[in-house]
Design a protein around this ligand. Structure first.
Ligand code: MTE
Length: 371
């Protein structure tokens, strides 16, 4: 039912929370033209994964609309269909780097694999909303799902919301396909929301109700969780910065941390993601802990909402080496250098420069090609 590869890093078995290793994410992108295969794609769940029957599923559209709708899957599929490449990134991506600064009890130590890219097929949320007709006073669009989370306080089903302006922008999808196949249960079958450029938490899976309303959702996962608190703060309704558009981030996928490499030129590669409607404009790579830098080559863009894959040939001398990367976006923003200034009690948005440490050895005499 989960359909995940065996070498996933499983942070929790129940509810199932897992990410691919650096090597698996890199290999999947290389063989899948930049897309992440469904078995490799990370999955983040706050409660048991519901198994919904597509024939019995329906979507209610209500709230500040002229004509509330109830749509079955076939009716939803009558709207114009679109296919878009979108990278999903969890706000907890790279939390491990913040935990290394100071422990974050009760939160999973996600690495860089809570970021994956797929081609999503569905219909535009804006088309569905305009067929319901918007009434005055709507400012947010809330999504509700049936999965029940014991983690929430109080325990409740999952929900979230986005500003009405984003919902009407034309890029938010109600999707039923991922990489050309029907969604699997862990990814929201039969239909999920895909909110490009926003943290993954807003892309509500198993969506059953859409409500146009004047205020953001009062669901725990909008009102209390997924908010950036000051270091000494503690979570509470409405406290902290509500997370929406993704912050500029990047990671090194190859080589992996702790690897042993031969001295000389080595390929360093990874991903960068600008978030919002910005693009990645430059990625710098250093093989000496940031003392010197070179620019990476940026791969072909898969679309405005997809990650940018990058690579660089870096010269490494024998010894312990720290490889560092840093991305810039089209607003000339640069990732923050260190995780210390980013630490927050729930461990969200670690977008500090990625670093991997490798052990570089001189090729043994026997490895050398005879003159
Ligand atoms: N939707 C529901 N109904 N329940 C959830 O637990 N998790 C959210 C989001 N949508 C979640 C949800 C979070 S935090 C993320 S990062 C993405 O789903 C992950 O999507 P994926 O599991 O398809 O990778």
């Amino acid at each position: 039912m989960l359909g995940k590869r065996e070498d996933m890093v499983v942070h929790e078995a129940e509810p199932y929370n897992a990410e691919p290793t650096r090597a698996a994410l890199a290999e999947s992108a290389r063989t899948g033209s930049g897309l992440t295969s469904v078995p490799t794609f990370y999955t983040r769940n706050h409660g048991p994964i519901p198994e919904l029957e597509p024939q019995r599923w329906s979507l209610r559209v209500e709230g500040l609309v002229d004509a509330p709708l109830v749509l079955g899957l076939a009716e939803l599929q009558e709207y114009p269909q679109v296919t878009v490449v979108v990278t999903l990134q969890c706000a907890g991506n790279r939390r491990q780097g913040l935990i290394e600064v100071r422990d974050i009890p009760g939160e999973d130590p996600w690495g860089p694999g809570a970021t994956s890219t797929a081609e999503w097929t569905g219909v535009r949320l804006s088309d569905v909303l305009s067929s319901a007709g918007l009434r005055a006073g709507g400012a947010h669009v809330a999504f509700a799902a049936p999965d029940f989370s014991e983690i929430a306080e109080p325990a409740q089903t999952y929900g979230s919301s986005i500003p009405l302006s984003k919902a009407l922008a034309g890029d938010v999808l109600l999707a039923w396909q991922m990489n050309g196949d029907p969604l699997t249960p862990p990814h929201g079958a039969p239909v999920r929301v895909v909110v490009p450029g926003y943290i993954g938490a807003r892309s509500v899976k198993w969506v059953e109700r859409i409500t146009v309303q004047s205020e953001p959702s009062s669901n725990f996962f909008q009102e209390t969780a997924y908010r950036l608190l000051p270091p000494e703060g503690s979570p509470g309704p409405g406290l902290g910065v509500s997370l929406g558009p993704i912050a500029l981030n990047s990671e090194i996928l190859v080589p992996d941390d702790g690897h042993r490499l031969l001295a000389g030129r080595t390929v360093v590669s990874g991903y960068a993601l600008a978030g919002g409607d910005r693009e990645v404009s430059r990625v710098d790579v250093s093989g000496d802990g940031g003392a010197t830098w070179q620019q990476a080559q940026l791969g072909t863009r898969l679309g405005p909402w997809a990650w940018t894959l990058w690579s660089a040939d870096v010269e490494l001398a024998a010894g312990e080496a720290e490889i560092v990367a840093r991305a810039w976006d089209t607003a000339a923003a640069l990732q923050p250098e260190r995780p210390e200034s980013l630490w927050n009690p729930k461990g969200y948005v670690n977008n500090s420069w990625p670093r991997v440490r490798v052990h570089v050895v001189e090729p043994a005499a026997t490895d050398q090609v005879a003159p």
